[in-house]
Design a protein around this ligand. Structure first.
Ligand code: NAD
Length: 447
């Protein structure tokens, strides 16, 4: 399969503006004609409400693809660079070139977005692509496998479905770039496989994204923004707020507000709410259940294993040594860790791996600045959660254990493009080169 893709790539087919434009138009057609099918698959896999699927999967992919179509001509153009006197008569520019045959490995929590978003960028950049959707969202994976060959150039875009053995077989092959979304442990496997061929990787990973809620903030707005970001897709969002830090006084006020907002969003019985999702499978259900062991449940806590349902849950007075504070939660459980002040929050953040996102609710400029300047994370968001992923002019990606490289908007085109340094000179004016040639002399050094 890869040999034939490489032959097509080398023929130059995917490099042309016309091919890229036609494929991007085909992605838009695919999304427009099959949005119902895709949202149904997402409902079957994750109980995602149609509206959540449109906003966070279908539309996100469509909007970025439209952006690529509109900007493609400009982005493909060689970019002239500043020249010093010595290169005055030369052409110096950057050419954005496709890497070649690329591999995109998706995760199950946004199983459509995590395939189509990088795919559109890879095509805009002129690459061939092998797609490996997550086996844990089988309905979406099947829809992708059925639809891609119907709309896109099958010589250049292929779908491989299957589980870990299939992913490992792909990783044993030589690709020109690997774009992986998933957890940090598997990222090590991906990096090790890539190392064999020195293949570049983009790693979109996760981690514990902290929230700091300052004393005195407007908890009406803050709690709604927090609850939406935490409990959409049942907390199975890479940038979901993972845990909250606030003073013990704010914890009391926040718990009251959380109860109000959770009832408003998901009713007093979220299991019957259409707007509330399910855990992806029994293994993840068991994993999340374990995180609650020994904890004080302040809100929620109800579970129904047959339905893979875990209520929106809040744990109070959580200690750093508790199970919920060891790994990324990736589920609808939110620990609140009481802290003295924002300085203690900074220390807690810095003792851990660098998170994918950090959220601060405050109106105090010093608090906002200190938290920003004394920590590191993929993204830093003030007075909201998760929404930075919808700003296409911001790079989306992690740092340290939360990832490597970034995408969304132009950053996706960049991630799939090699920036080739081009310098074109004439053979004239040879006399000015005399200085750099041997024999080297003191006189030449003085110049
Ligand atoms: P997953 O189980 O769907 O795995 C992702 C891919 O890795 C799958 O295609 C799977 O086949 C492959 N895989 C799994 N185990 C493997 C192995 N041993 N060897 C080779 N391949 C293997 O997804 P997941 O890892 O459970 O995803 C959840 C994680 O992804 C969370 O940590 C979350 O924060 C992160 N995530 C990050 C982003 C982002 O954009 N940064 C987005 C979504 C999810």
């Amino acid at each position: 399969m890869l040999k034939s893709m490489r032959t097509v790539f080398q023929s130059g087919r995917t490099r042309t503006f016309e091919w890229r434009q036609a494929q991007l138009q085909a992605i838009i057609k695919l999304l427009d004609e099959n949005s119902e099918k895709l949202t149904q698959a997402l409902y079957q896999d994750l109980h995602k409400h149609k509206m959540e699927s449109y906003v966070m999967e279908v539309n996100v992919c469509r909007n970025d693809t439209v952006l690529y179509l509109n900007k493609l001509w400009d982005w493909m153009k060689p970019q002239k660079v500043h020249k010093e006197l010595i290169n005055k008569f030369d052409d110096a520019y950057i050419r954005y070139e496709p890497y070649g045959v690329t591999l995109i490995i998706g995760a199950w929590n946004y199983p459509m977005q995590l395939i189509f978003l990088p795919l559109a960028g890879a095509i805009a950049a002129g690459n061939c692509v092998v797609l490996k959707p997550s086996e844990l969202a089988p309905n979406t994976a099947a829809a992708i496998e059925e639809l891609i060959p119907k709309y896109l150039d099958s010589d250049c875009v292929k779908v491989v479905n299957g589980g870990v053995p299939e992913t490992q077989s792909l990783l044993a092959e030589r690709f020109d770039l690997i774009f992986y979304t998933g957890n940090t442990s598997v990222a090590r496997i991906v990096m090790a496989a890539a190392a064999k061929f020195v293949t570049p990787v983009v790693l979109e990973l996760g981690g514990k994204s902290p929230v700091y809620i300052d004393d005195g903030v407007d908890l009406n707005a803050a709690t709604r923004r927090l609850v939406w970001g935490k409990y959409c897709n049942s907390g199975q969002t890479c940038v979901a707020p993972d845990y909250v830090m606030c003073t013990p006084e704010t914890q009391e006020k926040l718990l009251m507000k959380l109860k109000e907002v959770l009832d408003e969003f998901y009713t007093t019985d979220p299991q019957t709410s259409d707007s509330y999702g399910r855990i992806v499978n029994a293994r993840h259900f068991g994993r999340i259940k374990k995180l609650m062991e020994g904890a004080t449940v302040a809100l929620g806590g109800q579970m129904d294993e047959k339905d893979l349902y875990i209520a929106p849950t809040v744990l109070r007075d959580v200690k750093l040594t508790d199970p919920a504070m060891q790994d990324e939660i990736f589920g609808p459980v939110m620990p609140i860790v009481p802290v003295r002040d924002h300085q203690e929050a900074i220390s807690i953040i810095n003792e851990r791996e660098k998170p994918l996102a950090m959220y601060v609710f405050s109106t105090n400029r010093d608090v906002i600045r200190n938290l920003k300047e004394c920590t590191s994370s993929g993204a830093y968001v003030v007075n909201d959660t998760v929404v930075h992923g919808g700003v296409p002019t911001l790079p989306f990606g992690g740092v340290g254990n939360s990832g490597m490289g970034a995408y969304h908007g132009k950053f996706t085109f960049d991630a799939f493009s090699h920036k080739r340094a081009c310098l074109e000179k004439s053979l004239g004016l040879e006399s000015v080169n005399g200085l750099r040639y041997p024999p080297y002399t003191e006189k030449k050094l003085d110049w």
